[in-house]
Design a protein. Structure first.
Length: 131
């Protein structure tokens, strides 16, 4: 599995990177701009991400904006549905309106609450057949 963790909190990035590295390559980005650069590089080199864990609230560019850009890039690059990244939005916000907006309206694959729970993360990876 090729994954990307995007979070402005270094401890969250490091924890998720440690957990996901057990299943393959895991890159990290500290903000939305870095995330888009990493995603564009993955498309250009045909080393597509299987999973992107994307924090909602970040400086520079928030996770919702990054998600919109990723979806547009995948569409423009004509990446088939089965090759597109699964995107898990990550947030401490346990708000049904935010969850509805990101999952239904913006089209992310899933929503994970902080603090990150290893067992729940692994279950979600299995649910989406990433591991």
């Amino acid at each position: 599995m090729n994954s990307l963790v995007v979070d402005d909190e270094m401890t969250v990035r490091m924890l998720m990177q440690k957990l996901l590295s057990q299943y393959g390559n895991c890159d990290a980005a500290a903000n939305g701009h870095e995330a888009l650069q990493a995603f564009l590089n993955s498309v250009q080199t045909n080393q597509l991400y299987d999973l992107i864990c994307l924090d909602i609230k970040m400086p520079v560019m928030d996770g919702k904006e990054v998600l919109k850009h990723i979806k547009a890039i995948e569409k423009k690059a004509k990446i088939s549905e089965n090759k597109r990244a699964k995107i898990f939005m990550v947030s401490a916000l346990d708000d049904s309106q935010v969850i509805l907006e990101t999952v239904v309206k913006l089209g992310c694959s899933s929503y994970i609450l902080k603090p990150i729970n290893k067992i729940q993360l692994i279950a979600r990876l299995k649910e989406f057949k990433l591991i």
